[in-house]
Design a protein around this ligand. Sequence first.
Ligand SMILES: Nc1ncnc2c1ncn2[C@@H]1O[C@H](COP(=O)(O)OS(=O)(=O)O)[C@@H](OP(=O)(O)O)[C@H]1O
Length: 204
Amino acid sequence: MPRTLEGQITMEKTPSYFVTREAPARISAMSKDTKLIVVVRDPVTRAISDYTQTLSKRPDIPTFESLTFKNRSTGLIDTSWSAIQIGIYAKHLELWLRHFPVGQMLFVSGERLISDPAGELGRVQDFLGLKRIITDKHFYFNKTKGFPCLKKAEGSSKPHCLGKTKGRTHPEIDPAVVQRLREFYRPFNLKFYQMTGHDFGWDG
Ligand SMILES: Nc1ncnc2c1ncn2[C@@H]1O[C@H](COP(=O)(O)OS(=O)(=O)O)[C@@H](OP(=O)(O)O)[C@H]1O
């Protein structure tokens, strides 16, 4: 990490930190005052999104349905498959809470980041002790992309949407498999809501 002067904030983003066992101790050893921001979305949609990303690079992989189960007839989920394992947020969070107080972590809703980006970024700015510079007026909904985009990219006067790798169309998944995954995640989600003090609304 670069040196940070008084009045500056240094930010670092890596999707895998949250699920890397060594990360909490290492980050705490570097600076125990580090503020942590975690973006989470419905773990079922997350798993399908993860699969969609892999499929785009390796079109020959087995179906989502077959990778989900250790044994499809008994409904036993393969929790060693990373697309499934990453969504067990409560388990990952337990390891972080051994090193950081929960108040030093902000959990951003991936769903609200799409439905109300300015609102969710308002929470981020407050958490970081920043003025609310980014507001509703910075965003518009791009119908072609199907997502909110920036009216002006930084240092430019042109609108800016995220790239093609963000917001891909997901394949159709057998509804029974989706239902089984919802059942599987439910207790972990409820635990996660308790731990964070925030109901993300993934379980109806
Ligand atoms: N504004 C906007 N535009 C496009 N996409 C948006 C936006 N806000 C959130 N998202 C969601 O971000 C998802 C991709 O982010 P990732 O978490 O995969 O990114 S990363 O790999 O962790 O960097 C991506 O997931 P998929 O839809 O599954 O592709 C989007 O749903």
